[in-house]
Design a protein around this ligand. Structure first.
Ligand code: NAD
Ligand code: SER
Length: 318
């Protein structure tokens, strides 16, 4: 039986995608990998491999040994970290994707590539950003995402590798901390609200961005990879979205659960500039019509679920 390899599996998405894949296909079908060692207490039922994706040999070895048929390639540096270390970001984001595609070409694997709203730039139409539009990002993160989309299209056209991708918005989750992105505020705010009743936000109160709750995001990834390939016209990569709000609007929703919650603003100029270069909202019609994408979580249900989980975690820790 072909197995599924997840790279960057210890990150914010990986932690939850590995569980979702194990629930869908069984624990024996999934191999988690990362450049880091798993934390103590990690799920021992899921096979774990130490893989640095910038090393082609390591990838090829794990793909061969486990008879991998699909690779969910999550290893990358996120937008804020990539802007701090652009040279490292180019190497990690591009060399690792190239190696994944090469391993996929040699071993006949399908590849999932997570692109981002960061693949757009200030010259892109900002509202209801179309599926096909101007993509001239001004961040190293965005440059690697557009290049990644094109490289995936190239491997599909030239070598018939089954590459598929999503342009994900900011993702909100409670299992693992976010890895250094511009949308991290939308996760941090919940932890601070539950623990301290207040949060100092690094984006301005009216910064509007698309977001998605992690259960919708992992389901989107799995559904896209299951979809009938003959119906996919865009492949790399589909706009997808679920939620759309500003920090101020999120704070209002949190106050419905924690009435004394207060938010203040101490803007980080780097992350603010990144956010302002991204779309305010995406049009995901192509994903809805080509593979029936539809989110399940709205702002209210996401906030309720996040606060429930984080409160339980805080109570267990105290
Ligand atoms: P993360 O930073 O939380 O996790 C990335 C993981 O990759 C980390 O565990 C890290 O140790 C690992 N890694 C780094 N270099 C590696 C290497 N050379 N080899 C193997 N592993 C390596 O990131 P995430 O939020 O889980 O994002 C995963 C992917 O999804 C990234 O490509 C990111 O750009 C994309 N994405 C994320 C979001 C989001 O909001 N989280 C939104 C859009 C797109
Ligand atoms: N959440 C991601 C980031 O902020 C978007 O790709 O980097």
């Amino acid at each position: 039986m072909h197995k599924i390899l997840v790279t960057g599996a210890l990150g914010q998405i990986g932690c939850e995608l590995v569980s979702a894949l194990a629930q869908t296909y069984g624990t024996q079908a999934v191999v988690a990998s990362d450049v880091r060692a798993p934390p103590p207490g990690a799920d021992r039922e899921i096979r774990y491999e130490n893989v640095d994706c910038t090393k082609l040999q390591q990838l090829q070895d794990v793909v061969r040994r486990h008879n991998i048929g699909t690779i969910y390639h999550l290893a990358a540096l996120l937008s804020a970290v990539a802007e701090e270390k652009p040279q490292v970001a180019w190497k990690v984001n591009m060399a690792s994707l190239f190696n994944v595609l090469e391993a996929a070409r040699e071993h006949g694997c399908a590849v999932f590539f997570p692109s981002s709203i960061g693949a757009f730039g200030p010259t892109t139409p900002t509202d209801a950003t179309p599926q096909v539009t101007i993509q001239r990002p001004t961040t190293m993160y965005g440059v690697t995402k557009v290049s990644g989309e094109m490289l995936c299209d190239y491997y599909h056209a030239r070598f018939a590798v089954d590459t598929r991708g999503l342009r994900l918005p900011g993702l909100i989750s409670h299992s693992a901390p976010p890895g250094g992105g511009t949308t991290d505020y939308a996760v941090e705010i919940f932890h601070h609200a539950v623990r301290y009743g207040r949060y100092s936000c690094f984006l301005k109160p009216d910064t509007r961005l698309d977001m998605m709750y992690m259960p919708d995001a992992t389901r989107a990834m799995i559904e896209l990879m299951k979809a009938d390939g003959s119906q996919l016209k865009h492949r790399n990569a589909f706009n997808v979205t679920a939620l759309n709000f500003t920090p101020e609007e999120l704070a209002v929703e949190i106050r419905k659960h924690i009435p004394d919650f207060t938010i203040s603003y101490e803007t980080d100029p780097v992350r603010q500039a990144i956010a302002e270069s991204w779309p305010r909202s995406l049009d995901d019609t192509a994903a809805r019509s080509e593979w029936d994408w539809a989110p399940e979580y709205a702002l209210g249900s996401m906030v309720t679920d996040m606060i429930t989980h984080i409160t339980e975690k805080a109570q267990r820790a105290s």
